[in-house]
Design a protein around this ligand. Sequence first.
Ligand code: FES
Ligand SMILES: [Fe+2]
Length: 420
Amino acid sequence: MTLAPSTRFDEAFFDSLASSVGPVETARSLPPACYTDQDFYAFEKEAIFYREWLCVGRESWLASPGDYFTTTHANEPMILARGKDGVIRAMSAVCQHRAMLVAEGHGHAKAFVCPYHHWTYGLDGKLVGAPAMERTCDFDRKGLGLPSFKVEIWNGFLFVNMDPEAAPLAPRLADVTEALANYDLHLAEGPRPDPPTRYPWNWKVMMENNNDGYHATRLHRGPLHDFIPSELATFPDLPADTAGYFRFNGTLHPDVGFNALQKAVLPIFPKLTEAQRNQVLFVNIPPTLSFVFLSDFVLYLTLHAESAGAHAMSIGWLVRPGAMEEPLFDARMAMNMSAAMEITAQDLHVDELVQIGLQSKFAPRGRYSWQEQAQRDLNVWLVERYRRAWARSKGEAPAAPAASSAPPARQTAPEPAVVD
Ligand code: FES
Ligand SMILES: [Fe+2]
């Protein structure tokens, strides 16, 4: 959908986004309507979800030819499948007869047979069978395959892009790739996460919570989190066109762990430096993927936008190769996940109430602490794409990143604030 200038999402509205992308010391949060308005969500599909690389899972979930899984991003059901030729392909799951979904869940298949009337699609999405269509005029199977999407693999993660013209992802993740190189994520192991859980708040509320080091020392105050204090956050300078961003957060002791011991209890990733073992790395690749990197395991959160007021999220983890065969691995991992879920429950409670607050007529465009640099980084990523889509909707040539949205040089972090 394209927003007409007659809506309240007009020139003045898009001009007002400039105040969200300056330095963190002057920036404000996005207008509340960006989180609550269904017309804006429809606009976001055009501006972001139909154009950006969306994380769908791990390459290891498609180990053999015929393996497939399904997922949904921005209301688009998708299939990922490894073909007989070994190539991983992504395609729409929407049957080109009458829109039934041709696959659900995950499994192994020779072809996708639509349950409704048995139109049959190959693992490459081509329509290979359509019963009783011989009397149908001008019926040509060739043009009726499942719409296909671009696929890219980055560090063992599968990304898809619905835009056939999309530029590759990896070149715009060079800094992120370097920051997490020592974890060898392409080799890391972990199970397929449970299906995503639906939450009644906007996908950006969740991503901003994943982004947010400011709340760590406050909302999560207590022995399960106090060893990662907010004032030890640092934010590296990144290129203007970066597709992801990250922050380091120093820790009060090496190899911290989210468990009752406050220490890593699983095998440490072997290439980590001393400095890396004394920090936690938080990475975001909008609009779908967030990470938390600890010395012994990596949490990854995959977001699936559904509407202005809802999204779904899955939580996965990865460990160094072979770690899962260690004695007591399950019991040790359960210690981590138990504490991680206790912390996550605090986040989810806040997120739910933030979405309620954002619908209030008193909802602010709030000011930021220096510890919220990553919120401003997400604003830059979003506003650049909002502006381009707005320009396209007016028939203007797609603009290069606007000068005012390029990240200005970061200020030196102020002296640590007094911890309240
Ligand atoms: S809707 Fe799929 S075969 Fe009819
Ligand atoms: Fe949190």
